[in-house]
Design a protein around this ligand. Structure first.
Ligand code: FAD
Ligand code: NAD
Length: 402
């Protein structure tokens, strides 16, 4: 009997956890499992704001895939996906083609630019280890340049962040910690550095709890972050951003865009129908047209039946979807009842840099400061535990409260 071929694309939260669950559910002689990723490591996307600011080392945020996935059970292919051909059930890679019986797409997100001119060319984004590391190096280089010029332009030390969603806020928190350290290293007065966040809505973290977002704003402002709220970014140029209806210009050599995400462009280019940049999947995590293709994580919209709106793109959701996907693949092979995705919301906690954080846990309990930070570290370590057990927590974990 031919063994079913399961191909998982992308080793992010969705791809890694699906692969892990598949190896727990099937013996090697039952199915062929292939995991494709463009790096030989998995990275913690939820820590990338720390990599981008330079508050943690790059290696802390990445884990060799072969350290946590049994490569005798899983065929790991270190290659880049170019296109999915759903009609003939193949995937084109840079260096070959794979065929599948079941496909799991976990290729993650890329920045959504909403057609804003100059965004593609001139904005940094916190999107991968490589792109985040570039932000860290760029910021430090600006300090070094500033120090070496006779009459330096203040725009070298003006950092503009576009968007005050969770990514923007967490990045600002890390900058608030990192910038004083860089000032010390390069003998530059702190007041020479400006960190400005531009947010289109009248509040930071639109839609989030009022008390918590006020706490976050005050915490960041007290450490020198300026907010320009109700101000839309209109255009980005190499040396400035243009904001607001009056097209005010802010000169900056460092513009980091955190204004939103959309599915990896490969999905659209492979002919999947997109709604606001993502694929609408049903609660079994498939589209009605392709019952052998599962789309997970930031590539997918799953409808929240209670609110009538799709769930947001979060790691928490991607991880929970992996369980449903692995179960459903087993059901399609052996029969039984398909599971539907039901979100078990464990809360949302955001770090604000150093030992500060805020968020909600357990159906609305609010946490602030150190208490929230400890919870954030517990959440981070819980994932590491799920992926690689206590050994991984000891090697990469955040068990120290700060
Ligand atoms: P990803 O984690 O983006 O993984 C996609 C994988 O696919 C990557 O490994 C990538 O290398 C690989 N890949 C991409 N293209 C290709 C290709 N062409 N070929 C082969 N491989 C490819 N969510 C939370 O729940 N809690 C948080 O605290 C939180 N914090 C965040 C902080 C930051 C700074 C950011 C940016 C996001 C945060 N999120 C958080 C959101 C969360 O990170 C995403 O929802 C999550 O990463 C989505 O998981 P994923 O598996 O879909 O994709
Ligand atoms: P987002 O879409 O949540 O926020 C983007 C922000 O940018 C919004 O506030 C929006 O109003 C603003 N914006 C958009 N266009 C703009 C413009 N032209 N000018 C000015 N502002 C503009 O995106 P994100 O923050 O990258 O988050 C992506 C996902 O990751 C979300 O689901 C989020 O919950 C999740 N996330 C979670 C955490 C956490 O739980 N700690 C941390 C980071 C990200």
């Amino acid at each position: 009997v031919k063994k079913p071929k399961i191909v998982v694309l992308g080793a992010g939260y969705a791809g890694m956890m699906t692969t892990k669950r598949l190896t727990q559910q099937f013996a090697p002689e039952e199915v062929d499992i292939t995991l494709v990723n463009k790096h030989n490591y998995h990275y913690q996307t939820t820590w990338l704001h720390e990599v981008a600011a330079g508050t943690i080392d790059v290696n802390r945020s990445r884990i060799m895939i072969s350290d946590v996935i049994n490569t005798r059970h899983v065929n790991f292919v270190h290659d880049t996906v170019k296109k999915i051909n759903k009609e003939n059930k193949t995937v084109e890679l840079d260096n070959g083609t794979l065929s599948y019986d079941f496909l799991v797409i976990g290729l993650g997100f890329e920045k959504a630019t909403f057609g804003i001119p100059g965004m593609d060319e001139h904005a940094f984004s916190i999107q991968s280890v490589d792109k985040s590391r570039m932000i860290r190096d760029h910021i430090e280089y600006q300090f070094s340049r500033y120090r070496n010029e006779q009459d330096p332009d203040p725009s070298m030390l003006t950092i503009v962040v576009g968007g005050a969603g969770f990514t923007g806020i967490e990045f600002l928190g890390e900058l608030a910690e990192r910038i004083p350290a860089l000032c010390k290293k390069y003998d530059i007065p702190r007041q020479d550095v400006k960190i400005i966040d531009i947010e289109a809505m009248s509040t930071i973290l639109p839609g989030f709890d009022e008390d918590l977002l006020s706490y976050a704003k005050e915490s960041l402002e007290s450490r020198g972050i300026e907010f320009k709220l109700g101000t839309m970014i209109k255009e980005v140029k190499a040396d400035r951003v243009i904001v607001g209806e009056d097209r005010q210009e802010i000169k900056t050599d460092t513009f980091v865009w955190t204004g939103g995400v959309q599915a990896n462009r490969i999905i659209g280019e492979s002919g999947f129908e997109l709604t606001k940049g993502k694929v609408n999947v049903d609660a079994t995590l498939r589209t009605p047209e392709q019952d052998d293709v599962f789309i997970l994580g930031d590539c997918a919209w799953v409808m929240n039946e209670e609110t009538g709106k799709p769930y947001p793109p979060t790691a928490q959701i991607a991880i929970q979807e992996a369980d449903v996907c692995a179960h459903n693949i087993k059901t399609l092979i052996y029969g039984g009842t398909l599971r539907t995705f039901q979100f078990d919301n464990k809360g949302t906690v955001a770090s604000l840099g150093g030992s500060d954080a805020m968020g909600t846990v357990f159906e609305g309990t609010k946490l602030y400061g150190m208490q929230a930070k400890v919870m954030k570290n517990v959440i981070d370590d819980r994932y590491l535990f799920m992926l690689g057990g206590p050994k991984l927590v000891l090697r990469k974990g955040k068990f120290r409260p700060f």
